[in-house]
Design a binder for this molecule. Sequence first.
Ligand SMILES: [Zn+2]
Length: 122
Amino acid sequence: MMLEDDIKRLSQEIAAHGKSDVAREAATATSGVPVYSDMGGTLAIGPGGEVLHYNPDTRAVTPVADQRWRTVALSRAAKNFREFASLCPIRPGDAVECDACAGAGMILNTVACGKCLGLGWL
Ligand SMILES: [Zn+2]
């Protein structure tokens, strides 16, 4: 199955049945799959696999160029949806578990780890 098909299906599911208002809004606005939210807005995987930012205040959707936020979005996508496993950076053999988040990739289950950017390894 094509990644684009998975994105379309997941986006429609989340737009209709997403856990939060923000997730449903972001899925509708981006036609993509929301994978990470914090106070700055929501990151989503767009219809073609690109990383998009949704601002719930302005409802603006913009492409994400910042490599750090792209990594956060792709690592969250891979952890939350098996369909996106191929998007995540591959863990090198000599990587070590991130000591800031103990390998979870998230701090207190809500904010992406600023040291490993959600990957859980360094
Ligand atoms: Zn970490």
